[in-house]
Every structure is written in C-alpha cells, then in structure tokens.
Design a protein around this ligand. Structure first.
Ligand code: F6P
Length: 319
C-alpha cells in the first residue's frame, strides 16, 4: 500500500513531530510513504518524495514543517481538483493524510469525493478553531509562547502602572485569546464571540485601580477589533497610558511544547493505524482525554463553541 502525507494551510508547531510519527509508523507497518511538498500545490504539481525512517530524523522538536506548506486557492477550482486527481491516479496512491486546519480538511473532502481515495485529516492549527476536537497540534505551543511574552510585558506594565493591550492571533475566532487570557491572568479578554463595551472595560479598570492593582493586561483576539483604536479610547476615558503589542508570527514558530509533540505523535501514529484498519475518510480529534474520529466534513457542518464558563472564570480570577 502506498500513502502520501502533506502539511497544508498555516504551519503549526508540532507538524514535524506528526510527520515523523506517520512516516515511522508507516515504515513499521511496511507501507510505502511519500511526502508531498507545499500542501495541495505539491499534489497539483506532482511534487513528492519517498520518505523513510531517516528522512524524518532530528525533526521531532523543530517548528515549521519540513515538507513546507502553502495556502492553495487552486484546489478549490475544478481544474485544480482534476490535476490533483490525476496525480493521485498516476502515483497509484491508496491513501492521503493531511495535517492542517479546517480549510485543509475541506480540500481533503473534495479530493475524496472526486477520487474516492481514503483521506485522513489531522488537526493542526494555532487557532484551535476546528470543530470535532478540543485541541489541535500547535495550540499549546502558541499559548505558551504568548504567555512567556505577556509575562515579560507584565513587568513593564507593573513598573510603569500602565495598561497594555496585547493582540494575539486566532483568525476569526477567540480560542487562542481566551486561553492565553486565562493563563496569563489578563484583566480583560476581548474576543469576537463575546460582546464588550468601552464602559464595561473602563469600569473594570477603575475598580482594579481602586483595589490597588498596578498593572492591567488586555488580551485581544485579532478579530475582536483594532487594538490601537481601543487603546486610544481607553486612554482618553481613563487618563492612563495605554500601550499596544502585537505578538504576530512569533506565535506560529518555535519548538513545540511536550504537549504539542505528544498530541502530534498520537495523531500521526493513529492516522496510519486508521488507514490500515478502516480505510474511511475521517478527521482525528481529541475529546475527553481520548483520540476520536469524525467524518472529514464534520468541521464544515458544525461550529466549535467558545467555553463561556472559562471566560467567566478568567474574569473572576483576574479581579
Ligand atoms: O491560522 C493560523 C493563522 O496564523 C491565524 O491565526 C492568522 O489569522 C492567519 O493564520 C494568518 O495567515 P497567513 O499565514 O496567511 O498570513
């Protein structure tokens, strides 16, 4: 049996550990495994190379992706899909494993419907916005990267008694901001899923000052508004100095945490097992401490919900 693996969409720390697990388990199970370069673009252009035990050596702790990745618009077109199908036929592939986000699963689903090939999707994204899994490869690393950065910012916030607004990634959703906000003890968390008003923010800041707080951190998701506009509104309303820091792409890079590597290794191993035993087109997920499977189109039919209890908890604990 011959399978191919690719990393698609935005890179996430732990993708390499996952690739390693797939290739090593495929070798253990005597499967032939090919690595497709640059996501679906490499499939369309038939750019892939045979992988063996040694080709994934020394990558378990490396961020980014050895196979490289790309956001591919062409796979959404009938022509692109046809080219991908041609590669699959000519290469005589029996299975495809896609490590990526829900956009990549959509591409995988279209490929499955066009060709009938078994596709297994492994959730990897710093945004953790994929329905069907409580967490994704790379999320824990991004949370920890942001946490380390905010801990440093807190020193200045305290010393100067300043208000800081720290913008984190997350695309249209607030999962990353909520988790980062909880674990860094942010006084205010702004996410697109929960409405906020300037009045409420100002009240919270004033209450904090009244009870002796010396630093304020606001964590804002990139989809929750313009941090500079919010900073100037808070500054005028409270007569305080407000500074903005955008964490940006440092959240996507760097060595994966042990939690991201662990998850990546479990997912990678299981994707190959799943292919051998069931040959069905699924996504893997992690729910209530266990690896689960859902149909690959699950994230297209369900929306992942923000945990409002965690939001409330973060508010109480940072008062
Ligand atoms: O999906 C990961 C992510 O980093 C998002 O948080 C962000 O909105 C987006 O990718 C940035 O996309 P690009 O890599 O195309 O600039």
């Amino acid at each position: 049996l011959r399978i191919a693996v690719t990393t698609a969409g935005g890179d996430a720390p732990g993708m390499n550990a996952c690739l390693r697990a797939i290739v090593r388990n495929a070798c253990y199970r005597s499967l032939e495994v090919l690595g497709i370069e640059e996501g679906y673009m490499g499939l369309i252009e038939d750019r892939m190379k045979p992988m063996n035990l040694r080709s994934v050596g020394g990558i378990i702790n490396r961020g980014g992706t050895l196979l490289r990745t790309r956001r591919c618009e062409e796979i959404k077109t009938p022509e692109g899909l046809e080219k991908a199908a041609k590669t699959i036929r000519e290469r005589k592939l029996d299975g495809l494993i896609v490590i990526g986000g829900d956009g990549s699963f959509r591409g995988g689903w279209d490929i499955y419907r066009k060709t009938g090939i078994c596709v297994v999707g492994i959730p990897a994204s710093i945004d953790n916005d994929i329905a069907g899994t409580e967490t994704t490869i790379g999320f824990d690393t991004a949370v920890n990267t942001a946490l380390q950065a905010i801990d440093k910012i807190r020193d200045t916030a305290f010393s100067h008694e300043r208000i800081f607004i720290v913008q984190v990634m997350g695309r249209e959703r607030g999962f990353l901001a909520l988790e980062v906000g909880l674990v860094c003890g942010a006084e205010i968390i702004l996410i697109p899923e929960i409405k906020y008003s300037l009045d409420k923010i100002v009240k919270r800041l004033e209450e904090g000052r009244r009870t002796g707080k010396r630093s304020f951190i606001t964590v804002i998701a990139e989809a929750a508004g313009d941090p500079y506009a919010i900073a100037s509104q808070i500054g005028s309303a409270t007569k305080n100095e407000v500074r903005v820091t955008t964490l940006g792409y440092i959240q996507r890079g760097g060595a994966p945490t042990s939690t991201s590597i662990h998850l990546a290794s479990l997912f990678g191993h299981l994707a190959v097992e799943r292919f051998i035993s069931k040959k069905s087109t699924v996504m893997l997920g992690f729910e209530r401490g266990k690896i689960v499977t859902h149909p690959l189109d699950y994230p297209m039919k369900h929306e992942k919900k923000i945990d409002k209890d965690i939001y409330e908890l973060a508010q109480i604990l940072s008062s």
